[in-house]
Design a protein around this ligand. Structure first.
Ligand code: FE
Ligand code: FE
Ligand code: ZN
Length: 276
């Protein structure tokens, strides 16, 4: 069965997100660990986290995805920016241990003119400073659209980061369908070819989650503007081939489409039907 859910607001706490997901017929979901601009996280309520863990287990959820604030930049040009990203991510990972065994996804970073190679080095150094042997969370590098100076628009860049991480068993990759299409990978015309390339460069065993989005822009546009399922340049047929692909069957699929809750419920129902 397809594991699918959507991005949810964490403003009412952990267990409330779990209940919200159930109402949407979801069996996974994603949330920001704190407001996307990266300010202080609110006090964690261990009982609320425990209630979510019970719900996830009782309803056999696929892993859920905590998303780091997208303003964090492990490869920023200034040391205090990099330090802030490290400290925030380390704090997020400590908090995630209240919901053991889930995923923590982040945007690798923007090298802001330092060059891709320097960016990769700083990202790997940052990860080596915060990953812990005892953590139960798997940290996911998100595939990026390659806009501006983003690192992670090419599979090779993600592979290089993974190669330099000292605890690679704590790492995985989240493939965003909008981002890879915008990055120039032809998931519309040649999904098998793209997945073969992913396997050759990174290894499909590293692929842990899919962000299922349509794109407002054509392949290679490097824009990163998500569209609702079927409303964009990727289209329902290509997204259906993705949720039906044998190599992706066990993964959690998470919608990050521009929807309110009723729109998400409709897209979850639609993709469940398409996957049959
Ligand atoms: Fe993201
Ligand atoms: Fe995404
Ligand atoms: Zn995006």
């Amino acid at each position: 069965m397809l594991h699918i859910g959507c991005h949810l607001s964490s403003s009412k706490g952990f267990a409330a997100m779990g209940r919200q997901a159930l109402e949407l017929q979801a069996d996974t979901f994603q949330f920001f660990t704190r407001n996307p601009r990266g300010s202080r996280a609110k006090e964690l309520d261990p009982a609320d986290a425990a209630a979510l863990c019970t719900l996830l287990r009782e309803h056999q959820f696929a892993p859920i995805i905590a998303h780091a604030p997208y303003t964090l930049n492990l490869c920023g040009a200034e040391a205090h920016n990099r330090g802030f990203a490290r400290d925030t991510m380390a704090d997020d990972l400590a908090r995630m241990e209240h919901i053991p065994g889930q995923y923590y996804n982040f945007h690798p970073g923007s090298h802001v003119g330092q060059g891709t190679e320097a960016g990769i080095t700083l990202i790997a150094e940052g990860l080596n400073a915060i990953l812990r042997p005892e953590q139960t969370t798997t940290v996911l590098l998100e595939t990026m659209a390659g806009k501006g100076s983003e690192v992670g628009g090419r599979f090779e860049e993600l592979r290089e980061i993974l190669d330099r991480v000292e605890l690679p068993e704590k790492m995985g990759v989240c493939l965003d369908t909008c981002h890879v299409s915008d990055g120039g990978y032809d998931i519309i015309g040649d999904l098998d070819g793209v997945l073969t390339e992913f396997d050759r460069v990174i290894g499909l065993s590293r692929l842990k989650a899919i962000h299922l989005n349509d794109s407002k822009n054509p392949i290679g546009a490097r824009k990163d503007r998500h569209a609702c399922i079927g409303d964009g340049c990727i289209g329902l047929e290509a997204l259906t081939r993705i949720v039906r692909h044998p190599a992706l069957q066990t993964l959690p699929f998470c919608l990050e489409t521009p929807n309110e809750l009723p729109g998400y419920a409709a897209e979850i129902a639609l993709m469940r039907k398409q996957a049959e």
